[in-house]
Every structure is written in structure tokens, then in C-alpha cells.
Design a protein around this ligand. Structure first.
Ligand code: PEP
Length: 251
């Protein structure tokens, strides 16, 4: 675990206007000066410019929630990796379950987006995780193995270790129902095992986060587990005090 930096990443999803973004970073900045973990805030595209100004000098990095895999061209409504870099974004969430579910993202597009992000110098936060039905059918570990193998297809070890993985059981996202620390640790240890089968010892350097109703109350127990290197936080990342409590739990 000491080989890997702890990371707490917020995912605002489709929330906050520019005024909210300014006040969020104004409040956050002084509270994370001593943070020992890496802090990332993944904002909507329309808040990036405001966040880039408002977070100047703060101990946190900016992330986006999606990108397109093509470098440019006739892709109405899409945003490229270069555009994100140009806007001072350093991280990008790829393959969030909401995008797989509502926006037809597949293991194949996730793989293409990972490659585009890596080639363009963004750090991808790759999301994987099972549905409730898959968990109840005992398919969780096989599904995770398949999602990981397809996501990393054609990616070498040097690039693989730049990717941050987030294990996000779909049934725990936005539901207030968290995986127990033992369930999360089992799934994440399995993901690390799959990465080890692909990349050997490099898997020990890959940060794997838990996501799914992680909050100020349960964060400490989750990040105490040997394979859980931090969290991807949805709802609780919208409120500065809750987000800071989670950051302190991981520091
Ligand atoms: C997420 O969307 O990545 C997430 C984990 O959401 P929440 O924390 O709200 O469950």
C-alpha cells in the first residue's frame, strides 16, 4: 500500500453552476493545505474554466467526467482530450456506470478512451463494477475480470500504471447502500490480481479506489483496508465539509 498514493476524487456529476463552483473551491482551499492524499475534483465541462481559476494554488487537481476518443472533427457535442488538457484538466473519469448505462458506453469505447487519454497525457480514472443482479448471481469477480481485461487491451505496463481504477458496484452508487469494507476489499484485491496476471509486479503500483455511497462516516473503515487506496466520491463530494472529512480519513 505504501507504494501507492492515496487518492480522493470527487465526481460532481451534473451538479453545480459557476457561482457554486467558486464558493466550493474558496471554502475547500484552506481546509486541504495539509492533506496527505492526492485530491481530485471532477467537475462538469461547463465548470472547468471557473474551477481552474478558483482552485489556483489549492492542493487539488481538476478532472473531467468523460472525454471522446477521437482527437478532433465532426463529433457534435463531444470534448477531446486535448481540449481538456488545454483547459488545465489533469484527470478524466472513463467508463462510469452511468455513462455505460445511459450513454451506451461499452468495454470497447472505454478501451479507446483510455488509450486516447493516456496518449494525450491525462490520468484516466477507470470505473468498473457489477449490478445488483450480477452480484446476486455470483458473477461479480468474473465480470470484474472481463471489464478489466477488455479495458486494458493493447495497453503496455508503462501506461497501465498511470491508470487509476475505481471499483464502483452499481447497486451502491447514489443509493446510500455502501459495500461493506470486506466486500470492497475482496473485489479490489481481485482486480489487483487480474492486473497482476496482465502486468506482474506493476499491479502493486496501481491505485485502486472504492466508489459507491462513500461518505464522511464510512470512509475511514474503507480506506483502512490493505488494497483500497482511496475513493471516488459522488454525493458527498458536493459538500465541502463532508469531502474534507473523507480527505482527512485518507491522509
Ligand atoms: C460515483 O458516482 O462515482 C459515486 C460513487 O456516487 P455516490 O458517492 O453518490 O454513490
Amino acid at each position: 500500500k505504501s507504494l501507492r498514493p492515496a487518492i480522493i476524487a470527487g465526481n460532481w456529476k451534473m451538479n453545480k453552476l459557476s457561482m457554486d463552483t467558486m464558493s466550493f473551491f474558496y471554502d475547500l482551499k484552506p481546509l486541504i493545505k495539509e492533506a496527505k492524499c492526492d485530491v481530485v475534483v471532477c467537475v462538469p465541462f461547463t465548470d472547468i474554466a471557473t474551477a481552474a481559476v478558483a482552485s489556483k494554488g489549492a492542493k487539488c487537481k481538476l478532472g473531467a467526467q468523460n472525454c471522446h476518443f477521437e482527437p478532433k472533427g465532426a463529433f457534435t457535442g463531444e470534448v477531446s482530450v486535448d481540449m481538456l488538457r488545454d483547459a488545465q484538466v489533469e484527470y478524466v473519469i472513463i467508463g462510469h456506470s452511468e455513462r455505460r448505462q445511459y450513454f451506451a458506453e461499452t468495454d470497447e469505447t472505454v478501451n479507446k478512451k483510455l488509450k486516447a487519454a493516456l496518449a494525450g497525457g491525462l490520468i484516466p480514472i477507470l470505473c468498473v463494477g457489477e449490478s445488483l443482479e450480477q452480484r446476486e448471481n455470483g458473477e461479480t469477480l468474473a465480470l470484474l475480470e472481463s471489464q478489466i481485461k477488455k479495458a486494458y487491451e493493447g495497453i503496455d505496463a508503462k501506461d497501465a500504471k498511470k491508470i487509476v481504477v475505481a471499483y464502483e458496484p452499481i447497486w451502491a452508487i447514489g443509493t446510500g447502500k455502501t459495500a461493506t469494507a470486506d466486500e470492497a476489499e475482496e473485489a479490489i484485491a481481485h482486480i489487483r490480481g487480474v492486473l497482476a496476471s496482465l502486468y506482474g509486479d506493476t499491479a502493486q503500483n496501481i491505485s485502486i479506489l472504492y466508489g459507491g455511497s462513500m461518505n464522511a462516516k464510512n470512509a475511514a473503515e474503507l480506506v483502512a483496508k490493505p488494497n483500497i487506496d482511496g475513493g471516488l466520491i459522488g454525493g458527498a463530494s458536493l459538500v465541502v465539509d463532508d469531502f474534507v472529512t473523507i480527505i482527512n480519513a485518507a491522509s
